[in-house]
Design a protein around this ligand. Structure first.
Ligand SMILES: *Cc1c(COP(=O)(O)O)cnc(C)c1O
Length: 407
């Protein structure tokens, strides 16, 4: 695809991302809401379209798939263009975004955009489980090897880089165990050697960690979580710096990735309240986490804003806030006692995912997802997502749960 369509999107990203005169919350409300896409309504219409109709053969032949140009439903409509542009605007320094039907699809496609057979990938050992599974099965089949590294490795990652290393994948904080990575140090090493960096930024979102501005090439979000924010849709996004924009669009097109208009509209609606939701998730989670830290049944609270969390100093240096997801390690006990604790909770539901308005509690066993750094803990782990309920209700619920837990 020629520069023409690239320029078209580049201009679009600049229009909405423009403006030192726009602060974060203003951008969240306004970004992507172009009148020529949305019309007189506040929210973009939900375009249900596969076929796009042209007036003449000449018009059809002149069209090309680019954001802002009607071509064929798979390449998007104003519903998806507006959401993509808004997500780009939230990442200072980014040039464009592509939407994928889930966070896992976004991770897989971003990796396929960067890697070729024979390459080696450096993957953080605390990565989201399904991300590991993509590396260990699909990438392996393609002749791409994965080397897992200690999430706290920092600049020492230089020692792991070989001739075949093409990319470093980060997730900070890590899934389940919440180690905070030294992103600037790793990015500096990667840049020096021309190695691509990708980050799963789902926990912080660009609000609390602007990844592209920190020098990362490719920022991935499971929009299923905080961007959608209401536990009713699946979506992922990949937002890139200039260097990866052509390649991202190519992979998106070639693999036929497309999201449904209803999900895009719901996701865009969720996005508009991201700022206030994140602030409240942050406040509620800190209230609950600080209370948990003083309970005798709790050995450790793995929350980046608490001193116990590995990499806490890096979080203080690099992040603008913390979200609603963290883990606790119980003192002694076993999986059956943990299940009894969780089963009896009244205000925490049991279920996968997180980032909705509701609180969730799940058991997790990180030792099964480690290869570079063995996981050791005082007892079983429970991952909590703190929702928008009154935190005092959540604390009373957890107090009853912990009282049932054999110390
Ligand atoms: C949930 C999650 C994903 C995957 O998103 P889905 O939309 O569920 O596929 C990726 N990364 C992280 C950190 C997640 O928590």
């Amino acid at each position: 695809m020629g520069r023409r369509s690239g320029d078209a999107q580049g201009d679009g990203a600049r229009v909405s991302g423009e403006g030192s005169d726009r602060r974060r919350d203003t951008t969240i409300v306004q970004a992507g809401r172009r009148r020529e896409w949305i019309g007189a309504a506040v929210n973009p219409p939900t375009w249900h379209a596969s076929t796009i109709l042209f007036d003449t053969v000449a018009e059809m032949e002149a069209a090309a798939p680019a954001d802002g140009t009607f071509y064929y439903g798979r390449h998007g409509t104003p519903t998806t263009w507006a959401l993509s542009e808004a997500l780009t605007a939230l990442e200072p320094g980014a040039v464009g975004t592509r939407l994928f039907p889930s966070g896992a699809a976004a991770v897989a496609m971003a990796l396929l955009a960067v890697l070729r057979p024979g390459d080696e990938l450096l993957m953080v050992d605390s990565a989201y489980g399904p991300t590991r599974a993509i590396c260990d099965s699909e990438l392996k089949r393609l002749g791409i090897t994965t080397r897992y590294y200690d999430p706290l490795i920092g600049a020492d990652i230089a020692a792991l880089i070989g001739d075949k290393t093409r990319a470093i994948f980060l997730e900070s904080p890590g899934s389940l165990t919440f180690e905070v990575q030294d992103v600037p140090a790793i990015v500096a090493v990667a840049r020096e050697r021309g190695i691509a960096t990708l980050i799963d930024n789902t926990w912080a979102t660009p609000l609390f960690f602007p990844a592209i501005a920190a020098g990362v090439d490719i920022s991935i979000l499971a929009c299923t979580k905080y961007i959608g924010g209401h536990s009713d849709l699946m979506m992922g996004s990949v937002t890139v710096s200039e260097r990866w924009w052509d390649r991202l669009r190519q992979v998106f097109r070639m693999y036929g990735q497309a999201v449904g208009p209803d999900d895009a509209a719901a996701c865009a609606r969720g996005l508009r309240t991201l700022g206030v939701r994140m602030e409240r998730h942050q406040a509620n989670a800190l209230t609950v986490a600080n209370w948990l830290a003083n309970q005798p049944q709790v050995a450790r609270v793995l929350h980046p804003a608490l001193a116990d969390c590995p990499g806490h100093a890096l979080w203080s240096r690099d992040f603008k806030g913390s979200s609603g997801l963290f883990s606790i390690i119980l003192n002694g006990g076993d999986a059956a006692a943990r299940a009894a604790l969780i089963d009896g909770l009244e205000h925490f539901a049991i279920g996968y995912s997180w980032g909705g308005y509701e609180s969730l509690a799940v058991p997790a066993d990180p030792e099964r997802l480690r290869s570079a750094t063995p996981w050791q803990a005082e007892g079983p782990l429970v991952r909590l997502h703190i929702g928008l309920e009154d935190p005092d209700d959540l604390i009373e619920d957890l107090a009853r749960g912990l009282a049932r837990y054999p110390a």
